[in-house]
Structures are given as structure tokens and as C-alpha cells.
Design a protein around this ligand. Sequence first.
Ligand SMILES: Cc1cc2nc3c(=O)[nH]c(=O)nc-3n(C[C@H](O)[C@H](O)[C@H](O)COP(=O)(O)OP(=O)(O)OC[C@H]3O[C@@H](n4cnc5c(N)ncnc54)[C@H](O)[C@@H]3O)c2cc1C
Ligand SMILES: NC(=O)c1ccc[n+]([C@@H]2O[C@H](COP(=O)([O-])OP(=O)(O)OC[C@H]3O[C@@H](n4cnc5c(N)ncnc54)[C@H](O)[C@@H]3O)[C@@H](O)[C@H]2O)c1
Length: 446
Amino acid sequence: MMYDVIFIGSGHAAWHGAQALVRAGKKVALIEENKVAGTCTNFGCNAKILLDGPAEMIHHLHHYHGIGINETPDIVWPELMAYKHEVIDPLSDGLAHMLSVDGIDIIAGHAKFIDENTLKVGSETYTAEQFVIATGQRPAKLPITGAELTHDSTDFLDLPDMPKSMAFIGAGYIAMEFASIAQAAGSDVTLIEYGDRALNGFDADYAQAVVGDMTKKGITFAFNHAVSEVSKLENGQYLVATAQGDAYQVDYVMDTTGRVANIEDLGLDEIHVAYDRQGVLVDDHLQTTVPNIYASGDVISKPIARLTPTATFESHYIARVLLGDQTPIAYPVVPTVAFTLPRVAQVGVTTAEADKQSDLTTIAIPYGQIMRFQTLNDVHAAIKIVINQHKQLVGAALMGDFAPEVINALVPVINKQYTSEDIKSQIFAFPTHTGIVLPLIANYLV
Ligand SMILES: Cc1cc2nc3c(=O)[nH]c(=O)nc-3n(C[C@H](O)[C@H](O)[C@H](O)COP(=O)(O)OP(=O)(O)OC[C@H]3O[C@@H](n4cnc5c(N)ncnc54)[C@H](O)[C@@H]3O)c2cc1C
Ligand SMILES: NC(=O)c1ccc[n+]([C@@H]2O[C@H](COP(=O)([O-])OP(=O)(O)OC[C@H]3O[C@@H](n4cnc5c(N)ncnc54)[C@H](O)[C@@H]3O)[C@@H](O)[C@H]2O)c1
């Protein structure tokens, strides 16, 4: 079968662009070896945030402990998991149906290039003028003895029962988010992190405050410890040993040490598509070293965050390029959130980067303490803003329960370079977090 464009993968990096191309009259196919819709929909963001819901509610209730609320409800994990299946499981078929109605062919199986215009899927071959590699990433596995005894994010999001105790290797996004959920659901949680801090890339003070809050809830952290071996004990538990000589006995072990690009067994070497350890190499048009082959989403070797919104942005961008637009890709600032309890968020220039540049100023506004009547008693709520020499907002770090919503309100302030007057000439709802933060920020802008 001859196509105009074939996407390998069906996640956010693929289907948005496929939809735009088919609607513009192109003949388009998606090839998917697993569930249609990819990681975010089936094994990532959606299932994660659904399972986090009750943990978030309990976290909010804690703000009123002893001042109006005395009991914390229990999470009934098997019921929550059944609800997750009810909500998340149909999404894949739903998207496949929507794309088929649009006229996109969905081909099941593992795709591999035979030449730069031909893919093999099982015993079938498919040809196209252009291709988009959108194969994403998979969980990393530590090269240690007992690695086969560890579990990954996909396993966690499908746990029928919550284990009594759990160790997470790493203290990055996934470990910190899932540890918060597991603790709220009654598990005794330990995080063992190679580095000296959690949540790399987020403001160090806020990451430390999250660790402090999680510690208060009973979570144990071991920093500067590299896990060296996992073994199974006679009682059915696991022993997680570190190179520094510590050992932790738990019922379940999660390897949350990062994700690696799906670039193997795609035939990339044979057709000379270049890649490095981080993924497929692309230019500023997301074109690979083979001119008719593009790459999109998590599989790209790139400095920007590997997130659903960036994959979606790239997918839309590639559709425009394949329809004739020659403009190089220009990323706006990328907001990112760690859905820990409390939440932390980051957009634009980080406070760590600002510390190294004399023309940038960081201003810390711990508004949760003063405005607790307005923040559902969220005393953690705080923001650090980064301002340039023209008094424009270039970055912000946030902490607090509503950080994921407030960060979005700051995106246009940075992208559109709002002035103080741009903000003050508008009316915002009160009492709300954005209603506090936006007028506060306006005080520091040109
Ligand atoms: C647990 C978890 C939580 C996350 N939470 C968030 C969050 O809260 N917010 C956020 O923005 N991001 C989050 N992410 C990241 C987000 O899921 C990814 O950035 C996003 O899914 C990337 O989309 P993609 O299309 O590039 O890749 P994917 O969605 O991974 O899609 C790639 C697809 O390609 C298929 N494939 C691979 N090789 C082949 C082949 N040879 N032939 C055919 N098909 C193939 C795979 O089966 C897969 O379905 C999370 C990720 C995880 C793991
Ligand atoms: N909210 C979100 O947007 C979200 C949520 C989850 C995942 N994601 C995506 O998934 C990616 C992967 O997340 P992740 O948490 O797996 O990776 P990560 O890179 O965020 O964290 C991995 C951690 O493991 C540590 N580590 C590595 N080797 C170790 C060892 N031997 N012993 C102990 N610690 C070790 C690292 O120092 C690091 O802190 C993220 O970078 C992001 O792109 C995003």
C-alpha cells in the first residue's frame, strides 16, 4: 500500500499531525505495535492523575487537621484500580475509532525500515513518500543483579493491590509522584536516590520542601545511595542493597531511574538515520539525516522536556512542514509539573540558571503563609519569579496544591511579554490562586 505519510507510533507525537495531514487531503497511516494512543493515554499521565485523585484530596484534608477535620479517609486501592480500568481502558479504542473515521489507516505491528521509502510490518510491506518516527521511550532497566525482580511505571499503574511496603530506585518525576500515591494508599515507602536531591530540574528549595512534607507523612529517603543489587528473600520479600552498604527489605521494588528512546530494531542503521544515546538526531525542521524521514516526540534527542505537550507541539509542527511550511521550529516556553504532594512546577528560566546570570533577578513570594484564607490553608503555596533587566518575566518556579493551574496562567505572561499594565488592566476572580499571583507579579514588571 502506498501512502503520502506514515507515522511509526500512535502517541501524541503522531496522531495530532496525522489528523491534520489527513484533513488536508493526504493519505496517512499510523503503525502501532502496542495500544493505540501511546504512553500518556494508556500507561502514563492519564492513569497516573486518575490514581492520584484521592491522594490529592487526602493531602488537601490534611491542611485542616485539628482545625475542623479529624479523620482521614482510607483509599480502597482495588476499587480505585477498577475505576481506572473503567475510565482509561476504553480511551485507546475510542481514539482508534476517531482516527479511522477521519480516514487514517491504523496498522498493528512492529515497523522496521527496509529502505527509505519502505517499512516492513510482519510479512507486509508499506511504502510512503514521507515518514515520521514517533516511537517514544520505554522505562530504563538498571544493569544490576536482580534487575528482573524490579517493576516499572506500567506495572504500578496496573497494581491490583497496593503492596505493604515499596522501594523506589531514584527520586525523579515518576518515583516522587508514585511514592506520594503509594503512601496515601497505605504503603510504607522508601526512595533510594543516587544524587543528593530529588526532582532535578525543579527549584532546589521547593524540591527540598516536598521531600520534607513527604518525610513528615512517613516516607523514607536515602540520598547519595546507588542501588547495586536486588535479591529475593525466602519470606517472599526483596532486599534492595546499595553500593554504600545499606539494605532495605520491601514487598515491591520499582526501577524509576529514567526512560530510554525506542530506536532499536527500526532499521535506522541500514538507511542511515543518525541517532545518539538520547534518541534520533533532527535539525530545526525535525528532519532526520534522511530528508524524507522526520522524528517527533520523546524519541528525539533534544534539550527540551519530553512531555505530552511538547510531543503534541512537534506533531502539529511536522504536519505544517509536510504541507509546505518552511519555518524552523521555535519552541515557546515549556511549563512542567511534578504531580507530587505538594505539587511543584517550573516554566522558562530556572532559578538555578538565574543565579548564574547577573542580568536576571529572582524574587521569592511565599504567599501561602499570608493568604491561607484564600489558598485552602495551603501554607506551602509559594512562587519564585525570574525577571530580566527589562523587568520582563522570563521564568517562574511554583510550589503548592494549585501550582499546575497557576503555571499555565504564567505561560502567556512570558510568551507575550505582558507588562504590569497588561495584567492590572484585567479583572481576575477572587479568592483564587491566580487571582493572588498575577497581580503580585505585576508589581515587579515594567
Ligand atoms: C508514568 C508516566 C507519567 C507521565 N506523566 C506525564 C505528565 O503528567 N505530563 C506530561 O506532560 N508528560 C507525562 N509523561 C510523559 C509523556 O507520557 C510522554 O512525553 C508522551 O507520551 C510522549 O509521546 P510520544 O508520542 O512521543 O511517545 P509514546 O506515547 O510513548 O508513543 C510511542 C508509541 O510508539 C510505539 N512504537 C514504538 N516502537 C514501534 C515500532 N517499531 N513500530 C510500531 N510502533 C512502535 C509504542 O508502542 C508507543 O505506543 C509521563 C510518562 C510516564 C511514563
Ligand atoms: N509530570 C510529568 O510531566 C512526568 C511524570 C512522569 C514522567 N515524566 C517523563 O518521564 C521521564 C522519566 O521519569 P523518571 O522519573 O523515570 O526519570 P528521571 O530522570 O526524572 O529520574 C530518575 C532518577 O533516578 C536516579 N537514578 C539513576 N540511577 C540510579 C541508581 N542506580 N540508584 C539510585 N538512583 C538512580 C537519577 O539520579 C534521577 O534522579 C521524565 O524525565 C519525563 O520526561 C513526566
